[in-house]
Ligand binder design. Sequence first.
Ligand code: SF4
Length: 463
Amino acid sequence: MPIDAVPAGKRFFIHTFGCQMNESDSSRMAEALLRDGWAAAEAPDAADLIVLNTCAIREKAEAKVMSALGRYRLVRAQRGARLGVAGCVAQAEKARLLERVPYLDFVLGPDQISELPRLARATGAREARTDFVGSEEYVFPRADPRGVGAQVSAFVTVMKGCDNVCSFCIVPHTRGREVSRPVPEVESEVARLVAAGVREVTLIGQNVNSYAGGCTFAELVRRVAKVPGLQRIRFTTSHPQDLSPELMRAFAEVPLLMPHFHLPVQSGSSAVLERMRRRYTCDDYRAKIGSLRALVPDLALTSDIIVGFPGETDQDFAATMALVEELRFDNLYSFIYSPRPHTSAMRHLGEWGEVAREVAVRRLERLQARQREISLEKNRAFVGRTVELLVEGPSRTDAAKRMGRTRWNQVVNFEGLAPAGALAQVRVDAASVVALSGVERSHELPPVGVEPSHPSGRRLRVL
Ligand code: SF4
């Protein structure tokens, strides 16, 4: 395929769907294109290259990709823009996508990001690059610190893929087997990001608990916590089966590890969990949460729940509601089961029994309504308290305010002057289901350059 140099002034637009892994991959794609001479476009209709970085986790997510492609078809026709699909839909569909979408120029799997600059410049034949790269040869794309701009918080990929085969999940098919990133690579990426102004990192992977890049995941957290200048660590996502006592202790012993844990339970019925192939029972999950809360009493806990999984009875759903009542999650991401190709749940749909759509919708509404009440009660308990925030910048909902996150990952919109990167003390005076609001009392300016994260090294400003 002929390859042209990137003509001056050519711009790209990346439309990202789905999870943090995709957000992180989109950043790596953007950095690769910038290095190759492209500039970023503000909007798709000003772009000469449009890449959709896609999610295949639910049918609805896939439908959104198809409808976006329909819109971008026009830009391609009017501007001669190149159009590509990357991410999980690309991986699941491979070259078939070129047949389904005749105006698509290329298809790029998640392991093939390094091929993007070549595919972006290529002219001529349409191409699909979707090979998985084995654990021996896989090289994790490195974050370019120039790409973080004014960001205070950044994702750092520590592993990819998943060796579990939960019966509802397409991820093993789209992201392949687990590959862990070597410890020194993770440490040096965090150090480079901190030197560029990042104060918080979220270590990401499909199942970070099974990290095996030279030490356990708990040990990796401890090693990352030693990077000078770093102030906060978070991670996502985790499988309850692989949650070790060592990682639980890290929450209590590593001051930089924030007291917020996302641990997907998926259902409150052990019978459903068995069909989901989750390899734990509700009692196992309860016991792990009990141990965690004994170590870290103020831990914020969030989770994922699927309702309407094949064969879910009223009793199964009642057990899910009871678990939500008992564990009182701070927040829940809940969805109706979506049959995905290449999964065993889809193959067993007839045998296990499909839950009628209207039943699943009713269950989801009940679950979400109750969770909203719990989240609101939990947020209201913060009213009157003064909490520490890592300030991220202007509020997205009120231009006159600033925005930061608590240690428990709540968004707080506040009146104050604290710059991005500062740690602010904010008195909370109101709470909603999704956010808190308040007034700044004081802030500590971010360290200058790379300084130790010890509080004694910070400069204090009292309002
Ligand atoms: S642990 Fe299960 S749900 Fe999570 S990515 Fe792996 S297969 Fe999917």
